[in-house]
Write a protein that binds this ligand. Structure first.
Ligand SMILES: Nc1nc2c(c(=O)[nH]1)N[C@H]1C(S)=C(S)[C@@H](COP(=O)(O)O)O[C@H]1N2
Ligand SMILES: [Mo]
Length: 223
């Protein structure tokens, strides 16, 4: 296996893995994965819903981002290159013109085809390196890692990096989002640099809660 070195110094509490496993909560739910060119995103929330097609995204500038991938359970897979379209470009060029007057969203809710969801503050989603990606290390995104489209937010823990992205909701009020997981497990921001692993408890406490779950989850999802 190719050896990989992290691009940035390891953030607090993270440990390098030599493989990039499929990881997450809901990978066993059956769902169909469309071909990339057939992919679409439903845009909804405090606006009249509409659909973006892959061709709408493909008309935007293509950008690549290389970053270390960090799961909140403390594993890190170094130096992954994603390619796709900036969330900011999608928002500014394709979504903003369709927002009702006076509507300023504060939160973005992201949903996958497997019914997994999470949220980002709009200001975090508009950061430079946040992508709607369709490629990983120069190849079309695999089913394992989130085909056909995946949100990539490299400054945020893996659980904000929604695979199989199907729907983007924009809400005025952050209270419009209710986490699927118990609230203490989902931080509204989840910035890696600040070890925002979850709500209520200090970041380092979660290291010890989550580490024992890694082996089991990896075995279950990577037979
Ligand atoms: N749709 C969907 N996205 C998801 C998850 C999931 O279960 N479903 N798990 C999240 C978690 S906790 C992590 S660490 C990363 C794992 O990405 P990977 O499977 O490509 O390693 O995906 C995130 N995005
Ligand atoms: Mo994760």
């Amino acid at each position: 296996m190719k050896t990989r070195a992290p691009l940035s110094p390891l953030p607090p509490g993270q440990l390098i893995r030599s493989d990039f496993p499929r990881f997450g909560a809901s990978a066993s739910a059956p769902f169909d994965i469309p071909q990339t060119e057939q992919a679409s995103l439903t845009i909804s929330g405090d606006l009249e819903s509409f659909t973006l097609h892959y061709a709408d995204l493909a008309a935007l500038e293509r950008v690549s981002v290389a970053a270390d991938f960090h799961c909140v359970t403390t594993w890190c897979y170094p130096n992954v290159t994603w390619s796709g379209f900036r969330f900011r470009d999608v928002y500014e060029q394709l979504v903003k013109p369709r927002l009702p007057a006076q509507m300023t969203p504060s939160i973005v809710v992201l949903r996958g085809l497997d019914r997994y969801k999470s949220s980002l503050l709009l200001e975090d989603a508009l950061m430079d390196h946040v992508l709607i990606a369709d490629q990983l290390d120069g190849e079309a995104l695999s089913a394992k890692h989130g085909a056909p489209l995946r949100l990539i937010a490299p400054a945020h823990y893996g659980y904000k990096n929604i695979k199989h992205l199907a729907r983007i909701e924009l809400w005025r009020d952050v209270a419009s989002y209710r986490p699927a997981m118990p609230r203490f497990m989902e931080h509204p921001r989840a910035r890696i640099a600040y070890e925002e692993r979850g709500r209520y408890l200090p970041g380092w406490v979660y290291r010890y809660l989550y580490r024992p779950l890694i082996g089991f989850t990896v075995r279950q999802l990577n037979p």
